[in-house]
Design a protein around this ligand. Structure first.
Ligand SMILES: Cc1ncc(C[n+]2csc(CCOP(=O)(O)OP(=O)(O)O)c2C)c(N)n1
Ligand SMILES: [Mg+2]
Length: 738
């Protein structure tokens, strides 16, 4: 079936009246900068994009294609690619076909029509996602693939823009040229999303504070979010006059106007190192996607009226009126492009798709333990360490608390890696709510250790952008409950980037999260959150849960090493209640302190990913636990041993990947397994531990104790829902049949 816009283009261009021959080196419109030659090049990208859309529909009809969201009507975004450099990182709206084709034209050796069609047919030889998704992305074009979640790329774009100039200031090699502009484009409905609003607010705040942020935000406004109209004038009303955000606008259907506006906006951002917002008025053809029956919410007359705004016809008119080409010539180009695209489509249809689960999951969790161990063993030279610690090395300070050990490890890592940044709410001058980052801002400077705005999505966005840009971010989320309001930045963005780019792009990061309960009734749910299910099911994401000071320092180093070496995304869950704990069994015994686990080079030990730690050698019972549970279990084990029961306690240390090998060995040694899980009964860690035992055919008795499926209340009531030592002891006795 021939699409209406296809027929309309032919009719409208045939009806154009040829002007006298003009000089293609001159502007197609007096007063503008777009020459006839350049206009023809961009027209070629626009034609290619349009025919890709038409071909995607044909492939879909034949059952050979799997994606039909079109760029039709948005082809003016070719002007953005023309105004930018092919080395400027681009995070693109899903209607960016013309941008992609024009950018690819600027880089030798590209086959962009083929790239896009390989994506449509989900072929394994598609260059970025390898058949995992249809995205615009290519490492040679600095186009970073985006997820389908609208707005979720804006925090990363802000972080990337910040990282461009921060890398230069720190004198470290970033991933982008020092004068790069970061492009982030999106639709009009997207500006209403809180993720977009928060990210743009953070950009404004940076500009207000004169923090360099070369970010070009482009809203491609077609007036619709699927079936919901955006009120005319709304985007301008919302963003036209924001502090620190320079506004540009143009008719995106008019290539000459869009080009001038894009050149002005890109130049402004590049020179000022400050954010700008370019509003391009577009039109949406072919509905929202192939499956969207637009006639259900718009009249046929209204839909047809849009054809008058076809940006391809508008470009043809520019060329014809400037005497650069005749209507017949342009129609010839249109049909030639159709043949070219359909030729490629025929060639790629039926290309092999991913054929096994192993093939699909291959990019998820790159893991090179030998290289990670070697990296984790490294440390700064003695003189640099002495400076980093003001001459007081942590290994000379006697036994430390968990908070002190983490503080020492962060300083060691900052001293070792000039590209490492530590940031979050209150981590700078205050040194963190619990003092974990105390003194770091003073010793390493505000460019490396700093406070962020109070917006967890922006904190994670900064990590996403910094990691992508060659920096090594260690972000802090103040409380686990507040990770939950931003977790899509971890789930949708951080965890998927390697998956959708086959590792061509990565966002190495460590996110430190203060969490878990047991704060003696203080703080209630939000400060005692024990929900970790949402982290454990993220494919490829490492979840570390150190309980003791020596493990905490060593595991933080492992996480940073895994991020740096393999691009891993690591979450370090830090038990708040143990930050300042000193004793284990009795007041003053110092049982929860430990000497600083210095880097291996100075005698410290490395904790490999997914390796647990065993306490005790008893053979009657194995307790499996982590976090605060370790302390409870060690105390319970002491009492059980007094009663003649031989216990061993396995601290899992890593909640993802679970230390299955250690688990099976210790389960066999104890014969019976009691899992003590301070998180919830539903979705808690015990579910994974017991399932791993069952999967492996462990035949001994098993039981679990966990906290209740509840939020944690204030005061002594907290003890009614949290796992307790008594509960553990009682369950152990039942399991032993006593
Ligand atoms: C967070 C999120 N919610 C809902 C969707 C489903 N969705 C996909 S596109 C879209 C409309 C986006 O409209 P707009 O930003 O104007 O872009 P356009 O498609 O018009 O170019 C919606 C609601 C989504 N992808 N992400
Ligand atoms: Mg829209």
């Amino acid at each position: 079936m021939r699409e209406a816009i296809d027929a309309h283009f032919a009719e409208a261009v045939a009806a154009l009246r040829a002007g006298p021959a003009g000089d293609p080196r001159r502007a197609v419109r007096a007063g503008g900068a777009l020459t006839g030659e350049r206009c023809l090049e961009l027209f070629d990208a626009q034609l290619g994009s349009r025919h890709l859309d038409l071909a995607a529909r044909e492939l879909r009809e034949r059952g050979a294609g799997f994606y039909t969201i079109a760029s039709a009507g948005h082809e003016g975004n070719a002007a953005l690619a023309a105004a930018l450099r092919p080395t400027d990182p681009a995070m693109l709206h899903y209607r960016s076909g013309a941008f992609y084709l024009e950018r690819a034209r600027q880089v030798p050796g590209q086959q962009p029509l083929r790239d896009v069609l390989l994506g449509v047919v989900a072929a394994t030889d598609e260059p970025i996602a390898g058949g995992r998704h249809k995205v615009f992305g290519h490492p040679a074009l600095a186009v970073v693939p985006q997820t389908s979640t609208i707005a979720s790329h804006l925090p990363r774009a802000v972080g990337t823009a910040l990282a461009v100039d921060r890398a230069r200031r720190l004198g470290v090699a970033g991933a982008w040229p020092a004068d790069a502009v970061v492009l982030c484009s999106f639709g009009d409905a997207t500006v209403n999303h809180s993720t977009a609003a928060g990210a743009i607010n953070t950009a404004c705040l940076c500009a207000h504070r004169r923090i360099p942020l070369p970010l070009l935000l482009v809203c491609e406004d077609n007036g619709w979010g699927i079936s919901v109209p955006t009120p005319p004038g709304w985007v301008r009303a919302a963003y036209g006059d924001r502090p620190g955000l320079r506004w540009f606008e143009a008719d995106g259907c008019d290539l000459a106007a869009a080009y001038d506006a894009a050149v002005a906006a890109a130049g402004w951002v590049r020179e000022r190192r400050a954010p700008a917002f370019l509003h391009l008025r577009m039109v949406r053809f072919l509905g929202h996607a192939g499956s969207d029956a637009e006639v259900g919410y718009r009249s046929p007359a209204e839909i047809a009226a849009d054809h008058a705004r076809d940006p391809l016809v508008a470009t043809a008119r520019l060329l014809v009126e400037a005497g650069v080409a005749s209507p017949a010539e342009l129609l010839g180009r249109y049909e030639a492009k159709r043949r070219e695209v359909l030729g490629v489509a025929a060639e790629v249809a039926g290309r092999p798709q991913l054929a096994s689960a192993a093939a699909v999951t291959a990019p998820l969790a790159r893991s090179r333990p030998g290289r990670v161990a070697a990296q984790a063993a490294r440390s700064a030279e003695p003189a640099a360490r002495a400076r980093a610690f003001d001459g007081r090395l942590p290994e000379d300070q006697g036994p430390l608390t968990l908070a002190q050990a983490l503080n020492g490890a962060l300083a060691d890592l900052l001293a070792l890696h000039p590209e490492l940044l530590v940031f979050g709410e209150d981590v700078g001058r205050k040194g963190g709510v619990y003092g974990v980052t105390r003194g770091l801002a003073r010793r390493f400077g505000a460019a490396r250790v700093f406070d962020t705005p109070l917006d967890e999505q922006s904190v994670l966005g900064l990590a996403l952008g910094a990691g992508l840009s060659g920096l090594l971010p260690v972000a802090e989320i103040q409380y686990l409950a507040y990770l939950h309001n931003a977790e899509d930045q971890l789930r949708g963005e951080a965890a998927t980037l390697q998956f959708f780019s086959q590792g061509a792009y990565a966002n190495p990061m460590v996110v430190r999260v203060a969490g878990y309960g047991y704060q003696k009734g203080f703080g209630g749910h939000f400060h005692n959150d024990n929900s970790v299910a949402v982290l454990r099911d993220l494919p490829g994401v490492v979840v570390a849960s150190p309980a003791r000071p020596d493990d905490a320092a060593a595991m933080l180093r492992t996480c940073v090493a895994a991020a740096r070496v393999d691009g891993r995304v690591c979450v370090l869950l830090e038990p708040i209640a143990l930050y300042h704990a000193r004793d284990l069994h009795a007041e003053g015994d110092g049982g929860w302190l430990a000497p600083y686990a210095a880097p291996e080079r100075w005698g410290g030990a490395h904790v490999p990913l997914g390796r647990g730690r065993t306490y005790g050698e008893g053979t009657d019972l194995t307790m499996v636990t982590f976090g605060n549970g370790l302390r409870l279990c060690l105390r319970a084990a002491r009492r059980l041993e007094d009663a003649g029961v031989g216990c061993r306690v396995l601290d899992l240390r890593w909640l993802a990947p679970l230390p299955v090998e250690d688990l099976l060995r210790e389960a066999a040694a104890g014969g019976r397994v009691l899992v003590a899980d301070e998180t919830r009964r539903t979705g808690g860690v015990a579910e994974g531990v017991l399932a791993a035992l069952v999967d492996a055919g462990f035949g001994g008795p098993m039981a679990r104790v966990a906290s209740e499926d509840s939020f944690v209340p204030l005061g002594d009531a907290a003890l009614r829902v949290l796992l307790s030592q008594e509960t553990i002891e009682q369950a152990a006795k039942e399991l032993l049949g006593r």
